[in-house]
Design a protein around this ligand. Structure first.
Ligand SMILES: C=C(O[C@@H]1C=C(C(=O)O)C=C[C@H]1O)C(=O)O
Ligand SMILES: NC(=O)CC[C@H](N)C(=O)O
Length: 700
């Protein structure tokens, strides 16, 4: 048996797919609501045991929001009605099709946990406790049912006691719906609800002939509806040359970088020195290292730089396919001892992520902006922060370990104080423009187009060109220590990060994401306990829950086993307290970390949900390139271990920034936060300033 799942470009669809598969044991085919021409629907529906219509942004009466969904309920697609379960937008579409009104809620609910009670009269709620908890993500609702529909469950608004319909069914057709999200991590009885629907469908289908889905596979529809593509990255698992030596020195990683910097040696520093990070990586590019640059301004081309000479290659697919191919003949067996043994290190900008149309964005650099900037490195200094052991490692048989050892051991450098960086000018976000954008966000949240929008702004700092980037790194990280600081200096761009947020870490077996949502500024009167109580409110919990559900969806796209290891725990950082969740997925099929990464950018915590519609709205409101801010930086080791942090609380510079001049360089900082219906303008503005300040305090 095969179930058809109709997705409306939502960010929770694959959670639903996984729930349906677990609950029913049936195969699920997922299509977008505009994958098929509604006129053709009748050709396909007889192959499915039932149809589940998922949630989504927008309004059930806007054709571009719902695509073919209204046609499922207009009775013309098949002689025999097909069992259908509508979820949220799908439920609203069912009720609208029967002539009910759809109104806006007085009190919109996004990521809010509510008690539901059912009437105990329908098989849809068989074996489900009379009162149970569910998660609501909706701006719109069905105020009243007509005689075509039967009420099955309700919730009561807190405060007003108004009853809101949470479930209904058609009087005589096998059409059901729930207004809440059974697939959310915080909803109860989701699996039982889907099981019950499947059993209702099975009973109904006794009278309805279903054709063999395999026959449909032979027709061309399946080409159309397959939208997970496997990247060409199967590891060869061949032994590679890899060598390492331990180094006894009392020099800290920062002191070793000081030394390399004073000798004008190239290095890249990924310093994950405190929890949850545990290694510092000092990568040492050599003359023969390959630099890879890709720009969304010239997306069909990749630029390779080796030994000072530049080569352009035409991309036959995406940059992700290119990188997978680049790594596929290098991938080797896991070297357990180290996080990184050589491989790619670098940056992906926000614009390198999905759903962003860069064609009309104002240019900020005089030539193509680097959106992917990576270097393939073979030699490293690795510091295990838990044992304090230092290793020199290389993939290159002719690497001179003695020379590097002597350089580190014998060279002494004078200790320098962290410099404060004198600025020429700072252009901060404008409160009035932010207020306008905030109000527009509220309109999109109440029209049902988004559940959460991560609204951000940028700040430009102009400093004399004489400052050395490494000094800026030291100043930033001494003022804002963080678990994922990074120093990445390339010939055309520099990123200096003090990020608190891991985006994704993976190896052959598992991947982990650690989204942060919910921020409280540290002050002398706010301690951990006080911060925890501020963060334990519907606003902060809702913000975090939405991103947890979105990330589960990003993982379920490729993996079957996804777990929320930590749900909304408070963590303390140098200037803020944050609410953090940890989501893990196990690789048990042909997909790899790079497949997941390629379809999970930009990070959900920097967009909001649903991701596609939210990214489109933000692009219209912000009308700027976020550049490296909201992107990710990190590494992909040739033994398929990888770790990426979200680029926030960071400073970055483009060598060809249009605003640079002979004496001054422009550095950029992005800052923002999640806007929900529970946000207030002043609170969000202050949160933006707090986050901005964690990086801006580098400059005086
Ligand atoms: C947008 C930023 O941070 C993001 C937004 C957060 C929030 O809304 O609470 C928290 C961490 C980040 O995911 C930023 O630092 O600029
Ligand atoms: N989660 C959803 O499907 C939301 C449906 C609709 N866009 C609303 O906001 O009410």
């Amino acid at each position: 048996m095969t179930i058809l799942l109709v997705d409306s470009y939502d960010s929770f669809t694959f959670n639903l797919r996984s729930l349906i598969e677990t609950a029913t044991g049936e195969k699920v085919i997922t299509i977008h609501n505009d994958t098929l021409d509604p006129a053709d629907l009748g050709k396909y529906t007889d192959y499915f045991s039932s149809i589940i219509v998922g949630p989504g942004p927008g309004h059930p009466n806007i054709p571009s929001d719902v695509g073919l969904i209204p046609d499922l309920f207009n009775g013309t697609i098949s002689k025999n009605p097909i069992p259908i379960l509508g979820i949220c937008l799908g439920f609203q579409a069912l009720c609208l099709s029967q002539g009910c009104e759809i109104n806006r809620l007085d009190s919109i609910k996004h990521g809010q946990v509510y008690p539901v009670s059912h009437t105990n009269t329908d098989r849809l709620f068989h074996n489900i406790p009379q009162d149970y908890k569910c998660v609501r993500y909706h701006s719109l609702y069905v105020p009243e049912l007509n005689d075509q529909l039967v009420k099955l469950a309700v919730t009561q608004e807190i405060g007003s006691n108004e009853e809101i319909i949470m479930s209904a069914r058609h009087v005589d057709k096998p059409w059901y719906g729930v207004q809440y999200h059974p697939e959310s991590i915080c909803s109860e009885a989701g699996e039982q609800l889907i099981k019950n629907f499947a059993s209702i469908a099975r009973k109904f289908n006794e009278k309805r002939p279903i054709k063999d889905y395999n026959e449909l596979v032979l027709s061309n529809i399946t080409n159309k509806i397959k939208y997970d593509e496997l990247l060409p990255n199967s590891p060869l698992k061949e032994p590679v040359y890899f060598n390492y030596q331990e180094l006894e020195t009392t020099k800290s990683p920062i002191e070793m970088c000081d030394l390399l910097n004073s000798l004008d040696k190239e290095f890249i520093f990924l310093n994950s020195a405190s929890f949850p990070g545990d290694w510092s990586i000092i990568a040492l590019p050599s003359k023969t290292s390959t630099y890879i640059t890709h720009s969304t301004e010239c997306s069909s081309e990749v630029v390779l730089e080796i030994n000072g000479s530049t080569k352009k290659e035409t991309l036959s697919g995406t940059i992700w396919e290119y990188l997978s191919k680049f790594m596929s003949d290098k991938l080797c067996e896991n070297q357990q001892k180290f996080p990184f043994i050589g491989g790619l290190l670098g940056i992906f900008s926000y614009e390198e992520g999905q759903f962003i149309d860069t064609t009309n964005l104002p240019k900020i650099t005089s030539d193509n902006i680097p959106d992917t900037k990576l270097v393939y490195v073979e030699d490293c200094i690795l510091v295990d922060q838990t044992t304090n052991k230092i290793y020199l490692t290389s993939l290159n048989p002719s690497f001179n370990f003695t020379e590097l050892k002597e350089l580190i051991l014998k060279t002494h450098i004078l200790k320098t104080d962290n410099k404060s960086i004198q600025t020429k000018s700072i252009i901060k976000p404008d409160r009035e423009s932010y207020a306008q954008q905030f109000r527009k966000c509220q309109e999109y949240l109440s029209s049902g187009d988004s559940y959460e929008l991560c609204l951000t702004s940028d700040t430009k700092i102009s400093i004399p060109s004489s400052y050395k980037p490494w000094d800026i790194y030291k100043t930033l990280t001494s003022k804002n220590p963080s678990p994922y600081s990074a120093f990445l200096k390339f010939s055309d761009c520099i990123l200096i990060s003090s990020s608190p947020e891991r985006f994704m870490k993976w190896d052959d077996n598992f991947c982990e994401l650690r989204p942060i949502k919910g921020t409280v500024k540290k002050t002398p009167t706010i301690d951990f306990e006080k911060a925890s109580s501020i963060l334990n409110t519907p606003k902060e919990i809702g913000e975090n829950l939405m991103i947890v559900d979105l990330i589960r969806h990003d993982l379920y796209n490729f993996l079957d086993k996804v777990k929320v290891q930590k749900l909304m725990q408070v963590e303390e950082y140098s200037t803020v307290y944050q609410l953090v969740s940890v989501i893990q997925g196990l690789f048990c099929n042909e997909y790899k970390g790079i497949d997941v990464l390629s379809k999970s950018l930009p990070p959900g915590s920097m967009t909001g949900a649903p991701k596609k519609r939210s990214v489109e709205i933000l692009q219209q409101l912000e009308n700027r390139r976020r550049g490296f801010y909201s992107g990710i930086c990190g590494y992909w080791s040739i033994d398929n271990k990888s770790d990426w942090s979200v680029i926030i609380r960071s400073i970055f510079h483009y060598v060809n920034d249009l605003e640079n001049n002979d004496e001054e360089q422009v550095w950029r900082i992005g800052a923002g936060g999640a806007i929900t219906v529970l946000s207030d303008l002043e609170g969000e503005w202050q949160e933006l300033l707090t986050k901005l300040d964690s990086a801006l305090q580098t400059f005086t």
